[in-house]
Design a protein around this ligand. Structure first.
Ligand code: ADP
Ligand code: MG
Length: 261
């Protein structure tokens, strides 16, 4: 039996196809202006990889901020539930998930069954999200994908005094013009984002075994900065952390399809 999960986020859209409890295919694209178009395209690409068509999918669950625009979804579920489900499915020891996406950050605590017991999120201000790093990469003319490695080579991460993305952008341009070391500037940016996300997580109390999901978890510098800010070693997943919401949606779809059948 084939099931699917589709996560239409603010920056990217993700799709996962599962066959009998195994991941068969996944795909990630940059979000299109219309969430419906993102959903159709990303699912089409994942189906193509799996050699299937939508008719083969017994059940599909949609999630993400654009979840209500996924025409082919049989049901929708919140991203919080989906990230929690998939993270614990991959790593049963995990009891806390920190998801940092393009436009929000979430801290989620789970019980032993993968059920959400507490959560906190910030979607009000870009300074605590992946968008912060995107804007800074643009201002420094470096690739987002390179930021993590650059930050890991910092020997003395600078303290960035402005939280606001707009002011922080001006601040780093001044630091560059003052001839400060690029790695130390980038290291400082990662440290400041990590502290904001760590404060969000501490607000619901840290649990044992924490993992990081969302596109920002692909950034090794951010992973390390968050470990330092939390004072905890994070569990690292082998699966692409960006597809975790879609994977959780597919797991929920599997449950629903089994019940239906
Ligand atoms: N290859 C990459 N390297 C580093 N960071 C990345 C990479 N791809 C995405 N990101 C980060 O992930 C964020 C988007 O995360 P994602 O989970 O896809 O967001 P959403 O679910 O809100 O669409 C971007 O803001 C960016 O900071
Ligand atoms: Mg997301």
């Amino acid at each position: 039996m084939y099931v699917a999960g589709c996560d239409v986020g603010s920056l990217s859209a993700k799709a996962v196809i599962m066959k009998d409890g195994d991941v068969l295919a996944s795909h990630v694209i940059f979000a299109k202006p219309e969430p419906e178009e993102s959903a159709r395209e990303v699912m089409g690409k994942a189906l193509e990889k799996a050699g299937l068509t939508m008719k083969d999918i017994a059940y599909c669950v949609g999630t993400g901020y654009g979840r209500d625009s996924i025409g082919f979804a049989d049901a929708v579920e919140s991203e919080i539930v989906c990230h929690g489900k998939a993270a614990q499915w991959l790593m049963p020891e995990v009891h806390m998930v920190i998801d940092i996406g393009g436009q929000d950050a979430k801290a989620i605590r789970l019980d032993d069954t993968g059920t959400v017991i507490r959560f906190a999120y910030n979607d009000r201000c870009a300074s605590g999200t992946g968008r912060f790093l995107e804007v800074m990469a643009g201002a420094m003319d470096i690739r987002l994908e390179d930021m993590g490695d650059i930050s890991l080579s910092a020997t003395n991460p600078l303290s960035i005094s402005n939280q606001c993305v707009v002011f922080a952008e001006t601040e780093i341009i001044s630091l560059i013009n003052a001839g400060k070391n690029l790695a130390d500037i980038v290291g400082g940016l990662h440290k400041s984002l990590a502290h904001r996300v760590a404060a969000l997580a501490r607000g619901i109390e840290l649990d044992h075994e924490i993992t990081m999901t969302g596109g920002v978890a692909k950034n090794a510098g951010m992973f390390a900065a968050l470990e330092e800010a939390l004072g905890v070693k994070l569990s690292k997943m082998e699966t692409d952390p960006q597809i975790i919401g879609a994977l959780g949606a597919a797991l929920i779809a599997r449950r629903a399809a089994e019940k239906d059948g």
